[in-house]
Design a protein around this ligand. Structure first.
Ligand code: SAM
Length: 227
């Protein structure tokens, strides 16, 4: 596993992750974390949680890693781990680690993977989750308004109807049971109490679609419900 440490990539030994994990009351995995600022803010707000940011464009996480490596009183966040990886090839050390998985404003392969319900992306998301973990996928709907970027012209628009009729079935095949899909405006975020909504914040002017799912086992998929 390659972890961002300031301006470098390092390969920590297994004990580092075991230690972080054993101290954490909850583990959040933010997939496609970008510059990792959202993950950093969450790690600072919840010092008893372990927040893992994953992104294959590791240099963008570097400034946040520099900040997080300071002493906690000076802005450091020892409970933030930034991992250089695409979700399709997520390192085995992270398998089964997450109580919450979040995908916030994805693009590229991650966006296409969650909208199409592609096997490599959905299985990677499921691989990091514990049974019962939540998945929150948030996509800004403006990408489907003119001018639609060339690379997503063929991508179906993520709507609650599309989730019900197409995506939920595909996600179920990879161990995710969809529990809801709703379109939300930034102003409505305040009324929602979830930690996910707090992360997104009402300052966000975008209308987003939020898809929620729960990690289920093959036996639960066969029975049609978790638990
Ligand atoms: C628009 S940025 C969003 C960053 C962050 N979540 C936020 O809301 O500020 C989308 C990120 O998805 C990442 N990404 C694209 N494909 C990915 C994949 N297959 N696995 C993990 N991350 C991916 C990109 O590298 C990029 O940093």
């Amino acid at each position: 596993m390659q972890v961002v440490q300031g301006k470098h990539l390092v390969t920590p030994d297994g004990e580092v992750l075991d230690e972080l994990r054993s101290r954490a009351a909850r583990v959040i995995v933010d997939v496609g974390t970008g510059d990792a600022r959202t993950a950093y803010r969450l790690a600072k707000a919840q010092p008893e949680w372990l927040v893992v940011g994953i992104d294959p464009a590791w240099q963008r996480m570097s400034p946040t890693s520099v900040r997080a490596s300071r002493k906690p009183a000076k802005g450091g966040a020892p409970n933030l781990l930034l991992v250089n990886s695409a979700i399709e090839t997520v390192p085995a050390e992270l398998h089964g680690i997450a109580d919450e998985v979040s995908v916030l404003m994805p693009w590229g392969k991650l966006l296409r993977g969650v909208v199409h319900g592609d096997g490599d992306v959905c299985a990677g998301l499921r691989a990091v989750a514990r049974p019962g973990a939540s998945l929150d996928i948030t996509v800004g709907t403006s990408i489907w308004r003119d001018p639609v970027p060339l690379e997503i012209r063929e991508l179906p628009e993520l709507t609650p109807e599309y989730v019900d009729t197409v995506l939920a079935g595909r996600l179920a095949g990879y161990g995710w049971q969809v529990t809801g899909a709703e379109v939300i405006s930034g102003a409505e975020m305040d009324r929602m109490s979830s930690s996910w909504a707090r992360r997104l914040g009402s300052g966000n002017p975008e209308v987003v679609i939020h898809v929620r799912a729960t990690a289920v086992t093959p036996a639960e998929v066969a029975a049609g419900s978790p638990g």
